[in-house]
Every structure is written in structure tokens, then in C-alpha cells.
Design a protein around this ligand. Structure first.
Ligand code: DND
Length: 402
């Protein structure tokens, strides 16, 4: 019968304290493996900002890569609502009746256990292994066990392990202050934190945050609007836009903000997009009324400006025109249009040659991207926006002149 450790957590971010706890439990109990379960919605952190589950899960994957006895489960990620451990325990028992399981937690979880959802039922179902954290007090432990009573306490085992005195709270604070995270969590996780600026202030700050609304605020506003793959796509567009901006002498600050917010209205239902645009007199082509998704750039630019999140008309225009393009596009608008097309997650035919050309020639790459988009629109029988035709013809005219 496989003996499996279950390590649930918010993992915002995962660190050596978690990994050492899992390793300690594995060694002491002779576990075959440990399953890490990042939660979808931490039950006890309502109202507190928590990084998107996708980011937290990605960090877990990075942290455990290379240890075949550590695995990550998406069980809680797939479940909507608060990730109660009781529901997880029941689901695991149902799916894997052949497993013997030990739920691994830190000492602070034991102290808080009485606040967990139906903790008595939970404890009657599982075996809880509590790994001591440096600095814990024996009195705290004894008080928590005594409060459970002998029957429930018999399901709890406390393990003395060397432990690593790190906490996720402290790491987020360090990151926000721009202090070092090294040797406190695995390097690939540190890179991820920096790359995605999870705890704003980490690593290289986007130049924009020094000028306009802070990046963290824009990011938080965006996360109210979009999530999942759309959000991941957005972050890839930010990366691509930054590279293109640096290469073609466009302001990195403007490119980063425009890229971050370009899909701000993408999740809006088409009737709402249409209504928002009509209300403001923003319809420029009949195609928009028939295919309101074309308006998501236009509506995003209007909303973001009205909400005071952006105050730079150049950024607003780059967001507005990123869907259709227009004749006379500025360099910033071109960068956003192209970044959206070539970001590293795009797989459609022709994207690699366009990426190659984008290393040298912005306009030429943009014509390739537009031609391929136009072919795609035509092949699907959709209506082409007049401005896309204008944009393409104008660009080709520009190329002929050079
Ligand atoms: P945390 O938010 O504390 O996770 O959640 C731990 C688990 O409890 C998750 O699976 C939650 O969904 C579940 N929970 C919490 C509250 C209520 C309910 C369920 C409910 O059902 O109502 P962290 O990422 O902060 O930490 C993960 C684990 O690692 C925790 O048990 C924590 O004590 C432990 N830990 C350490 N252990 C040893 N040394 C360190 C540690 N740092 C964290 N340095």
C-alpha cells in the first residue's frame, strides 16, 4: 500500500521551509512520495490579496522539479470556492482507496486547526503530521493538542525536524523591499517571482511604475477583469513588447503598460462591449457592430482612461488600436500589435518567420503579421475591419518608400 504525504498550501511563494518539511516527513515516516496541493482559494485568507493560483502552482512545479518523489496535484485547483481540506481529504480517499495518507502541516497550522472547516470531522478521517517550525514553542504545541482532546489528538503526530526558518509572508515583504531571496527558496522560483513581479518591487521594476499608476495597482485591476490563459498571454505580451521596445527605440515604460492592459476588456460579453462603445460614440466601422469583440481594445482604452488607471494618450491609443491597427500607426502601436502576435505562446503557422523578421525590421514583421491575420479572418468568413485594410496598405506603402 503506497504511503503518501499530502502537503497542502497556499505556497505564495513555496520556499525551503515547505520543502524541508516535506522531506523531513518523508524521511521520518518512510513515505513513498509527497503530493503538493496548491489551493485554489485559501479558506482562511479571504479578503487578503493572494497571487493567482496559476502562478502559485507554477512555482510549486518549478520547486519540486528534479525530485521524482515530490509531485504536484491540481485537485484543489480544479475545484471552485474555498479549498477546504475536508473536501480534499474526502476526494483523495475516494480516488485512491489504496493509499495510506499522512497530511503534512507546519506547527502554525496545528495552532489554527480549530478555525478550519469541520476540523473535528477532518481529523477523524485523516492522520495529521505536524512538522515543527524553528521558533515554535512547546507550550503552544501542548495547548493545541490539549484543546483537541485525547481522541482527536491521537490522529496527530508531531515530528521534530531541523526545519528552515522561512515564511512566505517574510519572503513577500523581502521581495517588495527589493531585498535578496537567495538561499531561501529555489532559484527557478526566484526567477519566476522576478519575471512576473509577483510581489511588486522584486527584481527589475518596470519603468512605468516610476511615472504613472503603480504597476502593482494596474496588475491588480487587470486581474479583476481577466484570468487564466488570458492573463498568462498578457504577461507574455509584456515580455515581447519590452523586447521590441528596446530593439526599436520605443519607450519601454509605455510599451509595458500598454501590453499589460491591452486585453483589459477582452472578457466582456459582446453585447456589453457594443453598448459601452455605442454609449461613447466610438464605433468607426460596421464590422464592429456585427463582431463586437473587435471593440475590446477600444472599450479598454476608454474605461482605463475614465477610471484614471492610465493618463497617457499614446498608451490609450496603443490599447485602442491593438485589434484592428490603423493607418499612420505610431511605433508604440506597432510594437503592441506585433507583440500580441509573436508572444512566445503563439503557435500559428507563419509565426516563426515573423519572429525572425521582428529581430530586425518592425514594419516588415508587422506586414507579415497583418497579412497572416487578414488571411485568417478571410478564411473564416469573418468581416475585415476597414482600418485593418488601411493599416496594411499604409504599411506596405511605407515599405516601398524605403
Ligand atoms: P497555508 O495557507 O497555511 O499554506 O495552508 C496550509 C493548508 O491548510 C492548505 O492546504 C490550506 O488549504 C489548508 N487550510 C488552511 C486553513 C483552513 C482550511 C484549510 C480549512 O479546510 O478550513 P502555506 O503555503 O502558508 O504553508 C503550507 C504549509 O507549510 C502549512 O502547513 C505551514 O504551516 C507549513 N509551513 C512550514 N512548515 C515548516 N517550516 C516552515 C514552514 N512554512 C510553512 N518554515
Amino acid at each position: 500500500m503506497p504511503y503518501v504525504g499530502i502537503m497542502g498550501g497556499t505556497f505564495d511563494p513555496i520556499h525551503y521551509g515547505h520543502l524541508a518539511a516535506a522531506e523531513g516527513a518523508m524521511e521520518a515516516l518512510g513515505l513513498d512520495r509527497v503530493l503538493f496541493l496548491p489551493n485554489q482559494q485559501p479558506p482562511h485568507k479571504a479578503g487578503r490579496p493572494v497571487s493567482a493560483a496559476a502562478h502559485r502552482a507554477a512555482m510549486v512545479q518549478l520547486a519540486i522539479a528534479g525530485n521524482p518523489r515530490f509531485q504536484c496535484s491540481d485537485l484543489e485547483l480544479k475545484r471552485e470556492g474555498p479549498s477546504y481540506t475536508l473536501h480534499t481529504a474526502r476526494a483523495l480517499k475516494e480516488r485512491h482507496p489504496e493509499w495510506r495518507m499522512a497530511f503534512i502541516v507546519g506547527m502554525d497550522s496545528l495552532v489554527d486547526l480549530h478555525t478550519w472547516y469541520e476540523y473535528r470531522t477532518l481529523l477523524s478521517l485523516i492522520d495529521l503530521v505536524v512538522v515543527t517550525r524553528p521558533g515554535y514553542s512547546v507550550e503552544q504545541r501542548d495547548a493545541a493538542l490539549a484543546a483537541l482532546g485525547p481522541e482527536l489528538a491521537s490522529h496527530v503526530r508531531v515530528l521534530e525536524t531541523p526545519g528552515v526558518a522561512v515564511s512566505a509572508t517574510e519572503l513577500r515583504e523581502r521581495a517588495a523591499q527589493g531585498r535578496s531571496l537567495r538561499y531561501l527558496l529555489p532559484d527557478p522560483v526566484i526567477h519566476y517571482v522576478n519575471e512576473h513581479r509577483l510581489y511588486s518591487g522584486t527584481g527589475e521594476q518596470p519603468a512605468a511604475s516610476k511615472m504613472h499608476t503603480p504597476w502593482s495597482m494596474l496588475d491588480a485591476a487587470l486581474r479583476h477583469q481577466i484570468s487564466g490563459e488570458r492573463l498568462a498571454h498578457t504577461y507574455r505580451v509584456v515580455e515581447a513588447a519590452r523586447e521590441l521596445a528596446d530593439r526599436f527605440g520605443v519607450s519601454r515604460a509605455q510599451a509595458e503598460v500598454a501590453a499589460l492592459l491591452h486585453d483589459y476588456a477582452k472578457a466582456m460579453p459582446p453585447p456589453r462591449l457594443l453598448a459601452e462603445a455605442q454609449k461613447r460614440g466610438l464605433i468607426v466601422d460596421p464590422a464592429e457592430e456585427k463582431q463586437p469583440h473587435l471593440l475590446h481594445g477600444t472599450v479598454a482604452a476608454a474605461l482605463l482612461t475614465e477610471q484614471g488607471l492610465i493618463d497617457d494618450p499614446a498608451i490609450a491609443d496603443a490599447i485602442r488600436w491593438h485589434t484592428t491597427g490603423r493607418a499612420g500607426m505610431t511605433a508604440l502601436e506597432k510594437v503592441i500589435w506585433l507583440a500580441d502576435y509573436i508572444e512566445s505562446g503563439r503557435r500559428f503557422p507563419g509565426v516563426d518567420p515573423t519572429r525572425a523578421v521582428a529581430r530586425q525590421d518592425l514594419d516588415r514583421a508587422l506586414v507579415m503579421a497583418m497579412d497572416s491575420t487578414i488571411s485568417h479572418v478571410v478564411s473564416r468568413g469573418w468581416i475585415l475591419h476597414l482600418y485593418t485594410i488601411h493599416a496594411r496598405n499604409w504599411l506596405v506603402g511605407q515599405l516601398r518608400r524605403t
